[in-house]
Design a binder for this molecule. Structure first.
Ligand code: PAF
Length: 275
């Protein structure tokens, strides 16, 4: 496995790769969720490129940029074992420039839910993903469904900017108790980890209501909120939208996502289920 730190160097290497390239962008602190993306990329492509970069432009003032878990050595080992061909760990100066052009998230879809709680977050995500796509020019790029709004916006960027990459949505990986894997789970104490299960349990409750034929969004949201408020410290939102992230009044089977965001202790967690 080659480790490349310079964007221009990777661009050169990429040009000489003969065969399909699968790309998995990450911010490191790799867990089994990331590993499932890498495995899928390995199965479906001749070459696999993984990037690890804690992207400063997607963190708002006062967020956890400084304390975001960094596990460089362990991540390198995980990538080696998973059969990654190229690990891209760019230096900030090789990837960001002074007074540079910005990519902006769409005014509606980029500023609801996560975008409303973290205004500007998706501008930073799209900016770095655009750069990473242009450096690695992958045939396929792999993203977890856990960041459902991010996935929708990246898919939209590929469409709106006529990018030549197939976005592959991958299933959420959960621990044995149902907690969606996330690098931020590392912040949770044992007691908080137990309470964090209320997110996936509330989603299950919502899905069970749908299975029983209750499709009214208001009723499902109210039941979920009531359940979540017993365990979380602050509820940011329960939302039920269609796959284009538009508001709906009735659940449309096969075209709906139920999302939750809540604080347990000081840790902000998100989770969702696709109906
Ligand atoms: O999902 C993430 O880890 C990040 O938002 C991404 C896509 C790697 C961009 O920094």
């Amino acid at each position: 496995m080659e480790i490349i730190k310079d964007a221009k160097e990777l661009k050169k290497i990429r040009k000489n790769l003969k065969g399909s390239v699968g790309f998995v962008p990450t911010m490191g602190a790799l867990h089994d969720g990331h590993l499932s993306l890498i495995k899928r990329a390995r199965e479906e492509n001749d070459f696999v490129i993984v990037s690890i970069f804690v992207n400063p432009t997607q963190f708002l003032e006062g967020e956890d940029l400084d304390k975001y878990p960094r596990k460089e050595q362990a991540d390198i080992e995980i990538c080696k074992r998973a059969g990654v061909d190229i690990l891209f760990m760019p230096t900030i100066n090789s990837i960001y420039f002074k007074d540079e052009l910005k990519i902006l998230a769409p005014q509606i879809r980029g500023y609801i839910l996560e975008g409303a709680k973290r205004p500007g977050h998706f501008d930073g995500v799209l900016q770095i993903v655009m750069k990473l796509f242009n450096i690695t020019t992958p045939n396929r790029a792999y993203f977890g469904k856990k960041d459902a709004q991010q996935l929708a916006l990246i898919t939209q960027m590929v469409h709106d900017y006529f990018l030549d990459v197939e976005i592959i949505p991958c299933e959420i990986v959960r621990d044995e108790n149902g907690l969606a894997l996330s690098s931020r789970n590392a912040y949770l104490s044992k007691e908080e980890k137990k309470r964090a299960l209320s997110l996936s349990q509330a989603l299950k409750l919502g899905a069970n209501m749908v299975a029983k034929g209750i499709l009214n969004v208001k009723a499902i949201k109210e039941a979920m909120e009531k359940e979540l408020l017993k365990s979380v410290d602050k509820l940011d939102y329960v939302a039920i939208v269609n796959r284009a992230f538009e508001e709906i009044e009735q659940v449309e089977i096969g075209n709906t996502i139920i999302l939750v965001a809540a604080y347990v202790g000081t840790t902000r967690l998100i989770d969702n289920i696709w109906i």
